[in-house]
Design a protein around this ligand. Structure first.
Ligand SMILES: [Zn+2]
Length: 414
């Protein structure tokens, strides 16, 4: 890979990734991991939220992975490759990005401890949405970490934006880029954002047109894919998808035992079926939490089935598999609101919904238990301080499950 000598060259490099993303019709954002000491580009990636199925001439269904933002992918790429490539630790590397990271990516980057350098601002979903470098969405300690390790490159005239942030931590800290590079990063994202959000948010039949996957025969490819993702798939049905009872305790508890961190997250469909229940993979990467695994696993399975070579399988997947916004996510343990993983989790939930969630009580973001050192109020405060996209469009609202039977069954099993 190439070696860079300036912020301008770094932003030109990631802007090329954003152009590739635009041509793929996904969010036009790009990023790269750069070695602070050498300027070497270690990896470069772009957004893959919408992606054509490899090898298929006709892309049938593009919503691929709501968490496949450039920065989040780079963090997981780093942990997959740090040992085999003998990479330096994250605090000696910078992730340079065309656009201010969203809540999910900001939480991912801060969990891993990368330095960060940014070109354009996103005043709707970006973690620096107010352009003040105050990071009101982050927990206080994490705010200090971001202020010490992140920078927003200056922009020369005529845009004339002062450099903001640490001049020493990110690669090419304190440097300026030219106005055309800044405009490219900003405008190419703006041109993509609404169509990609709508394609993601509207990708699925409303519940009154959906069919119940519990009725699928054992030979169904959709049923087999669900079971392959999670052995508890379609083994449990709750009377109300937003009010699961004690029936959900065994899958949550048994699944949680499989992870390095004792936690699991279930996805329930509008019929009350348990579709997937996964543990985290924090042994592979600290950002692969139970929620990330569940939402990604389900999305990737759905994308694969919706692009199956057999048109009957594609049709069945469309008829039986819900968009998660019509179902509910149930966490065994809510994320700890003092951690960057909590910001990442709520951000990834926002990216999974990618727009308004049908408003019915209670929320479709539920947890059974809180981690020991926190309160429901602290968790709600974190959600209410997120950037405008999450509070105004998605309306992230974590709530404890209503069923005392479920809470007691889990407490007895923990
Ligand atoms: Zn992001």
């Amino acid at each position: 890979m190439s070696t860079l000598n300036s912020a301008q060259e770094a932003v030109d490099t990631v802007a090329n990734e954003a152009i590739e993303a635009a041509l793929q019709q996904t969010f036009a954002v790009g990023g790269a991991i750069i070695n602070n000491a050498t300027g070497e580009v270690i990896a470069a990636m772009h957004n893959n939220v919408l992606m054509p199925f490899p090898g298929s001439g006709t892309p049938y269904f593009l919503p691929h992975d709501p968490t496949a933002h450039g920065e989040r992918q780079l963090v997981d790429w780093y942990y997959d490759n740090v040992a085999p490539l003998n990479l330096p630790p994250p605090d000696q590397l910078t992730i340079v990005t065309t656009l201010d990271p969203c809540a999910m990516c900001a939480g991912s980057l801060l969990t891993a401890g990368f330095n960060v350098a940014v070109s354009a601002i996103d005043d709707y979903a970006g973690i620096n949405y107010n352009s003040q470098f105050t990071f009101p969405s982050l927990p206080p300690k994490i705010r200090l970490q971001a202020q010490a390790t992140w920078g927003y490159y200056g922009v020369a005239a005529p845009v004339s934006r002062a450099y903001q942030g640490s001049t020493t931590a990110p690669v090419f800290g304190g440097q300026y880029i030219d106005s055309p590079a800044y405009f490219l990063c900003s405008s190419i994202f703006s041109a993509s954002v609404n169509t990609v959000r709508e394609a993601s948010n509207n990708s699925g039949l409303p519940p009154d047109q959906l069919q119940n996957p519990a009725n699928l025969p054992a030979t169904s490819k959709v049923r087999q894919a669900l079971t392959a993702l999670s052995p508890f798939a379609l083994t449990v049905q709750s009377a109300n998808p937003r009010d699961p009872g004690a029936e959900l305790a065994p899958p949550l508890l048994k699944t949680a035992q499989q992870g390095k961190v004792f936690n699991s997250v279930a996805l329930i469909d509008p019929f009350g079926n348990l579709l997937a229940c996964l543990a985290g993979a924090e042994d592979k990467s600290p950002i692969r939490t139970a929620f990330m695994e569940t939402t990604r696993g389900y999305a990737l399975m759905r994308w694969t089935l919706m692009n199956d070579p057999d048109p009957a399988v594609r049709a069945e997947a469309g008829q039986y598999l819900t968009h998660p916004k019509y179902g509910a996510f149930v966490f065994l343990y809510a994320p700890d609101p003092t951690t960057p993983q909590a910001v990442m989790t709520f951000g990834a939930y926002g990216s999974t919904m990618e727009g308004p969630v049908p408003q019915s009580y209670p929320s479709n973001l539920q947890y059974v238990l809180l981690p020991g050192n926190t309160t429901a109020q602290a968790l709600s405060t974190l959600a209410q301080n997120l950037p405008p996209f999450y509070t105004q469009s998605v309306q992230v609202a974590p709530a404890q499950v209503l069923s005392q039977d479920l809470i007691n069954a889990v407490k007895n099993g923990v």
